[in-house]
Design a protein. Structure first.
Lengths: 457, 167
């Protein structure tokens, strides 16, 4: 069974631990008196961040865990503060004494460590990568994140679902539409309404456009990190043009605040022209890039994630599909009707992730084309009264499966939890490093292109 | 490969694309003039994200695409704060990042300026204040100029840089 998320709710009288698998949800009651959970890391190693987060957020101990370091609470974070408990209401916090963080490192003769970040050399989000090196060869890498921790889960508690849309749009800009769709699904379920096909199609078009923009950016940056800058020039032009289309359709270059229950009345002809032009450009790009042996020499066999390991670490999205796991939240009758096919590769290397992205751009273009043929602009009116309860939503963002859970109590958010696809995939990144040289790290990292903001929250 | 060169010969240079906005062209000329006079032709920017949604970073990356190609004007994004004239600061200045942005600022050689980018660092974005947010940035660093937007578009950023240079 694949694990999707593990998190805790403070129900005031006691805690509740939820373990979300792909086929079942397990709930356990925890007493507030010396609460303790059993680790799942021996069967699901990617649970370690979930469990370390639970410990930081709630002060719940994890028995049998192999890693008891703090995760979100970094060096200057005060001790014994557990912000996700309901009785925590501080709005300000002072810096505390510096508590050093002990990095995972391999010791030995002539083995040395390389520390990179949190502020990186490019225009990129902050995070820390810690390498153990034998010369140029990477022996081990630890990924350390949560520099961007904004406490969004806490921020949203007590708000109405109708006022959180702007914040949810901006959790991770490159997945904004996907986050908004997760919120949409939860509102629909809580108000017992169904979405008319017209809106389903409209939103699906925007989600695919977001995926196209994101993948195009990567299709430029991955070759650029292998020293092939002209691909970046070519693809960044295409992604800029696609972003301008997003601006025309939603009045925002990233589609922030655009998913609602009113129709945006997308222009058929305008979109069809864009699709036709981009299809031509992508065919040209593929033809050109596949024919550059020195580039594929860098891609092939670099940063391999085997299917066994991808399964063991419960990977999702592009990373999983490039390792031969046919998993995509869009694999539903609705999408299949419009010609959706899962795109997978078997080799699990940078080349495979590059090809998955390239094929997904082509797939998304064909999908938009088919969706447009059935599209009629028509909105709906949403009820403003929501039923209390706990609601789950799953959306395939441009990075992979996004999971959002909201518990509603009297029209307000009692608990907000979201598991960005990056949260799982970041934990599998170190598996791709051994056997590669450190100069290939940027290339491997970019081929996964994970979100820091969505991960850190 | 031959197809690439054929396409290139047929299409010419993209930055001469007629759809390129006329006003943007004018701003850029003016920008170039200011950079020549005040920064001896090259302005080095260190972009630092202190907890954004990654929209501001995407727009800064977009400044390098063929439509904007900022480097033509002598504006460079540099890899180290030690090479920078300006720190372009995005994000909510999170609790965990605050010590690091101060370190980065310390590492910059004088004279140096900080420009805040986007609504987050001035605490005008949609996010509420939490214990994990230390914005506004002016509580931690001297801010010379602000470029607003959520996120500011590449054009807004170019206009913003011009606004700063005119100060």
């Amino acid at each position: 069974m694949r694990i999707i998320a593990r998190y805790v709710k403070d129900l005031r009288s006691h805690f509740e631990l939820l373990t979300i698998y792909d086929r079942e949800v397990i709930k356990e009651k925890l007493s507030k008196d010396n609460p303790m959970i059993q680790t799942l890391t021996k069967s699901h190693p990617s649970c370690i961040w979930f469990e370390r987060k639970i410990r930081d957020d709630f002060g719940i101990k994890v028995s049998d865990s192999f890693d008891n370091r703090r995760l979100i609470h970094q060096e200057r974070f005060p001790k014994n503060i557990h912000p996700m408990r309901k009785d925590f209401a501080q709005k300000e916090m002072d810096f505390s004494d510096y508590i050093p963080y002990k990095y995972e490192a391999i010791q030995g003769d002539s083995v040395f460590e390389v520390a990179v970040g949190p502020i990186h050399a490019g225009i990129i989000e902050p995070g820390h990568f810690h390498f153990s090196q034998a010369g140029e060869n990477m022996l081990h890498q630890e990924v350390r994140h949560f520099y961007k921790y904004r406490a969004i889960e806490k921020m949203l508690e007590g708000k109405s679902l109708f006022e959180v849309h702007p914040i949810i749009s901006r959790i991770s800009a490159n997945e904004s539409i996907a986050y908004q769709l997760a919120l949409r699904d939860i509102i629909l379920e809580a108000s017992e309404m169904t979405l008319p096909d017209s809106l389903k199609i409209e939103h699906a078009i925007l989600l695919e456009l977001e995926r196209i923009i994101h993948h195009l950016t990567d299709l430029g940056f991955i070759p650029n990190d292998a020293g092939f800058a002209s691909a970046l020039a070519f693809c960044s032009k295409l992604s800029e043009e696609s972003r301008r289309v997003m601006q025309t359709l939603t009045q925002h270059r990233f589609g922030f605040d655009s998913i609602g229950f009113e129709t945006l009345t997308l222009d058929h002809g305008y979109l069809q022209d864009f699709i036709a032009k981009l299809q031509k450009e992508i065919t040209f790009f593929e033809d050109w890039i596949m024919d550059i042996p020195s580039l594929w020499d860098r891609f092939d066999g670099t940063g391999i994630l085997s299917k066994e390991k991808a399964l063991k670490y419960d990977c999702v999205g592009v990373v999983a599909r490039a390792s031969g796991i046919a998993m995509d939240r869009r694999d539903t009758p609705f999408y299949q009707k419009y010609g959706f096919k899962i795109s997978t590769q078997q080799s699990g290397d940078v080349a495979a992730r590059f090809k998955v992205r390239l094929n997904e751009v082509k797939g998304s273009l064909a999908l938009i084309d088919n969706l447009l043929k059935a599209y009629q602009p028509k909105g709906m009116v949403c009820k403003e009264v929501l039923n209390d309860g706990e609601y789950f939503a799953f959306v395939e963002s441009s990075l992979g499966e996004l999971f959002m859970s909201i518990e509603i109590k009297e029209n307000q958010i009692e608990r907000f939890f979201v598991r960005d696809p990056s949260f799982i995939n970041w934990q599998a990144l170190h598996l791709m490093m051994p056997g590669n040289i450190i100069a290939d790290f940027p290339l491997i990292n970019k081929s996964c292109d994970l979100s820091y903001a969505g991960n850190d929250l | 490969m031959i197809k690439f060169w054929l396409k290139r010969a047929n299409e010419g240079i993209l930055t001469q694309n007629p759809e390129f906005d006329q006003t943007l062209e004018e701003i850029k000329k003016e920008l170039q003039g200011h950079i020549k006079r005040k920064f001896a032709g090259s302005l080095a920017i260190r972009m630092v994200d202190s907890g954004s949604c990654n929209g501001c970073e995407a727009e800064c990356n977009a400044l390098s695409n063929p439509y904007y190609d900022l480097e033509r004007l002598g504006i460079y994004f540099v890899a180290s704060p030690r090479h920078a004239d300006i720190m372009l600061l995005s994000g909510l200045v999170t609790f965990n990042m605050t010590p690091h942005i101060k370190d980065a600022y310390e590492q910059m050689p004088h004279p140096k300026w900080v420009i805040t980018l986007g609504d987050c660092p001035v605490m005008e974005s949609v996010f509420d204040k939490t214990f994990a947010i230390k914005a506004p940035a002016k509580d931690h660093l001297p801010i010379a100029y602000h470029i607003q937007g959520c996120p500011p578009s590449p054009e807004d950023i170019i206009r913003g840089l011009l606004g700063f240079l005119k100060l």
